[in-house]
Write a protein that binds this ligand. Structure first.
Ligand code: ZN
Length: 114
């Protein structure tokens, strides 16, 4: 079963680390050690927390959206390229937390616990 990464360009989501609006979110399928278990994880790019991220793919997303603060539909092709490169990076280096963890953190943040 192969599922393509799902990239959100303007997610309504905030950074779970600092609460800033994030630049983009990508959800990718990952496979853990159990062969039948396939799950999906979501990673995000935050302009504050990921400012010094070592991956050039993450820096590419930040650089693109810094230069093109309001990406129009006409420019979406360029954004699609940096987001696709980042999605491939996330597939190769999936975040250690799961989507469930992220949901829990968002709920905790919403309750003012973070
Ligand atoms: Zn952040």
């Amino acid at each position: 079963m192969t599922k393509q990464p799902e990239v959100e360009r303007t997610p309504q989501q905030r950074c779970v680390r600092c609460g800033s609006p994030i630049l983009a979110a990508v959800t990718v399928p990952v496979h853990d050690s159990r062969p039948t278990a396939s799950r999906r994880v979501t990673d995000t790019v935050c302009p504050t927390c990921d400012r010094h991220h070592p991956a050039p793919e993450v820096q590419g997303v930040i650089a693109y959206f810094t230069l093109n603060e309001r990406v129009t539909d006409y420019e979406v092709e360029g954004a699609g390229q940096v987001l696709a490169e980042w999605a491939r990076y996330v597939v190769a280096h999936p975040p250690t937390y799961t989507s469930d963890d992220l949901d829990d953190e968002i709920e905790a943040w919403g309750r003012g616990e973070m």
